[in-house]
Design a protein around this ligand. Sequence first.
Ligand SMILES: Cc1cc2nc3c(=O)[nH]c(=O)nc-3n(C[C@H](O)[C@H](O)[C@H](O)COP(=O)(O)OP(=O)(O)OC[C@H]3O[C@@H](n4cnc5c(N)ncnc54)[C@H](O)[C@@H]3O)c2cc1C
Length: 346
Amino acid sequence: MPVVLFEKKTYPFHRVCGEYVSNETLPFLKHNGLFPEKFEPPSVSRFQLSAINGKSAFLPLDLGGFGISRYAFDHFLSQQARAAGVQVAENCEVSRVQFNQDRFVIQANDHTLEADVVVGAFGKRSRLDVQLNRGFIMKRSPYVGIKYHIKTNHPDDLIALHNFNGGYLGISNVEAGKTNLCYLVHRNLLKHYHTIPALEENVLFKNPHIKNIYANSTFLFEKPEVINEFSFAPKEPVYNHLLMVGDSAGMITPLCGNGMAMAIHAAKLATDLVLQQVTEKQPRKWLEKSYQYAWKKKFAGRLRYGRWVQHYLFGSHLSSDLAIRLALYLRPIARLMIKQSHGEPF
Ligand SMILES: Cc1cc2nc3c(=O)[nH]c(=O)nc-3n(C[C@H](O)[C@H](O)[C@H](O)COP(=O)(O)OP(=O)(O)OC[C@H]3O[C@@H](n4cnc5c(N)ncnc54)[C@H](O)[C@@H]3O)c2cc1C
């Protein structure tokens, strides 16, 4: 079955992400030759959480994950896709997808293409969401994401989440001795302080762990990667007959650290069902209903849970302090809560 992948940018490129991949993906990645072994990604098995005042707790990560930059990982995955026969059209932005008489018509750059199935994997927010007139695109979103790569002394096996007023910062290692530092902040704060350095100085550095990291690191980018206007509001896993995967179907809050795992898992669910539809000659309605059902069963609860945890346990003195107390004094519950945010290996 011929497959075309459209990507508006050209690999490799950086993107805002904590770059921690949950180990729930390992069986799938290894089975399909998609585990990026050659980069020797560090394995992460411990979690540190700190409150705004710096009080912190450590917990084991029962499932754990590995660290790899999107620069390396996405490029590697695109190469593996190409090697498997996928036509990878880079620097090729899809501007329109129309469904007509049981076929899709896709417009990308100057080309028009027809397809039986279209999988929407265009991330948190794309011009395609506007073209498709999806409801969430009309709502403003309060979040800004900021990412750096740094050289610092951070243990390979540790992922840390440090709270600050109005957001939280994650830090963990990726390949080649580099460390990812990435944070989510309310856009009003950035507006208030005007610049990223002023925001960091006045807000983030109130947490002594964050202040210490900045004081003892070399920053490797000239300027940080920044994204804004992304939403954790519910979306639709099937829209206008497109099967949506990853953030196009719904974005989990970054503190759960498994948006990538969910995107990969959803892509597997969609692929398995498309293959089954073709083999069994099932109607399109069957495909759409089956995918919607499978997606909701696997992910809807996790997305709700992620929103809940972000709202009640992160980003303010009171909530971050509560989270630390949970981690220090109710460890089994805290471990269960971490488990809840992750899925089962697939
Ligand atoms: C601050 C922050 C930290 C995070 N940290 C983590 C983490 O540590 N671990 C984790 O697992 N997840 C994390 N996530 C979530 C993770 O980044 C996403 O869930 C994941 O990237 C989703 O993958 P995706 O393929 O759906 O979308 P994306 O990775 O965004 O990919 C979508 C692609 O589509 C392309 N595209 C968009 N529109 C078009 C178009 N019209 N035509 C052609 N191409 C198009 C884009 O260029 C992009 O390459 C984090 C998110 C944020 C905001």
